[in-house]
Design a protein around this ligand. Structure first.
Ligand code: AMP
Ligand code: MN
Ligand code: MN
Ligand code: MN
Length: 286
């Protein structure tokens, strides 16, 4: 029997992905994925549809989320795996992050308008189609309006620190987000750790604090990690006794990140998060 393929980090139209939860699950199944987690940004709205589609498609489904954290003036993403979306504490946290996203979207709109770009909020809303508002939706609008060639370029020119459409702000704290994930029965994993613009010593500090707060995993294999990143993150996961996760961070067929089913395997020496003692209980229904 061939080995089960895991992808524990993906997005749908419930946040900034371009496939619906059903389309995502069907594509994952077609690409040979056996265990899929949907981890939309600060949102659980796609989980029930995806779960039904996974049952139809005959693949295992993990209810997940990717939560936005402000840690030491940086935005860090924490993936929660095997969460119960009905958890009241988690939903209260989601409401707070959603309110922040609304405020931030209005502020992005004001800042872009000052630079002569009008109608960005409406444009972003049209792309979001009722989903949680993300910078990606602004990016789609700005590309469509001819302000940049593609998503990558539009982020670089407008939506990152020191650029006209960037809005600094406070997401939730690391401690809060870990408590929401734990209360919801999930396992917390640091997303794409090699992508943060922080020094090696700050990253080690983050891992130490995360572990202290009950975090259990590190995304060693990510669609945005190079070969070297995978090796260095595998070393860090062992040093901090964190289990290793693997996720593509797939956002749809038109995104710069990796396609589904193409992730390299975890390095041999890693303890996969799906072998963690808490894994079995966390994702079984009921
Ligand atoms: P937000 O959570 O609304 O601040 O948006 C962050 C999202 O923007 C990330 O999850 C990515 O999907 C997307 N993103 C960030 N940087 C880039 C980039 N350079 N190119 C394309 N997408 C990006
Ligand atoms: Mn995204
Ligand atoms: Mn992320
Ligand atoms: Mn992601």
């Amino acid at each position: 029997m061939s080995e089960l393929v895991f992808d524990l980090h993906t997005h749908s139209t419930a946040s900034d992905g371009s496939l619906s939860p059903t389309e995502l699950v069907q594509r994952a199944a077609a690409c040979g994925i056996g265990v899929l987690a949907l981890t939309d940004h600060d949102q659980t709205a796609g989980l029930s549809e995806a779960s039904g589609a996974a049952r139809e498609a005959g693949i295992e489904f993990i209810q997940g989320i990717e939560l936005s954290v402000s840690w030491s003036h940086q935005t860090i993403h924490i993936v929660g795996l095997g969460i119960n979306p009905d958890c009241a504490l988690l939903q209260a946290g989601i409401d707070r992050l959603t309110a922040f996203r609304h405020w931030r979207a209005e502020e992005i709109d004001r800042r872009l308008a000052k630079k002569g770009i009008h109608g960005a909020l409406k444009g972003a809303r049209d792309y979001a189609k009722g989903a949680i508002l993300s910078r990606t939706h602004f990016a789609h609008y700005l590309v469509a309006q001819g302000h940049a060639r593609d998503l990558r370029q539009v982020f670089k020119r407008f939506l990152v620190r020191n650029k006209p459409g960037y809005v600094p702000g406070e997401w939730a704290s690391l401690e809060e987000v870990l408590s929401w994930i734990q209360e919801a029965g999930g396992l917390a994993v640091i997303a794409h750790p090699a992508r943060y613009q922080i020094s090696a010593s700050r990253l080690r500090q983050l891992l130490g604090e995360f572990r202290e707060l009950g975090g259990i995993g590190l995304e060693v294999v990510s669609g945005s990690h190079s070969r070297d990143d995978i090796i260095s993150m595998a070393n860090l996961s062992r040093r901090y006794e964190l289990a290793a996760s693997a996720g593509s961070d797939y956002h749809g067929p038109h995104n710069p990140y990796l396609d589904l089913g193409r992730l390299p395997s975890l390095p041999e020496e890693c303890q996969p998060v799906w072998h963690h003692p808490a894994w079995q209980v966390s994702h079984s229904p009921g």
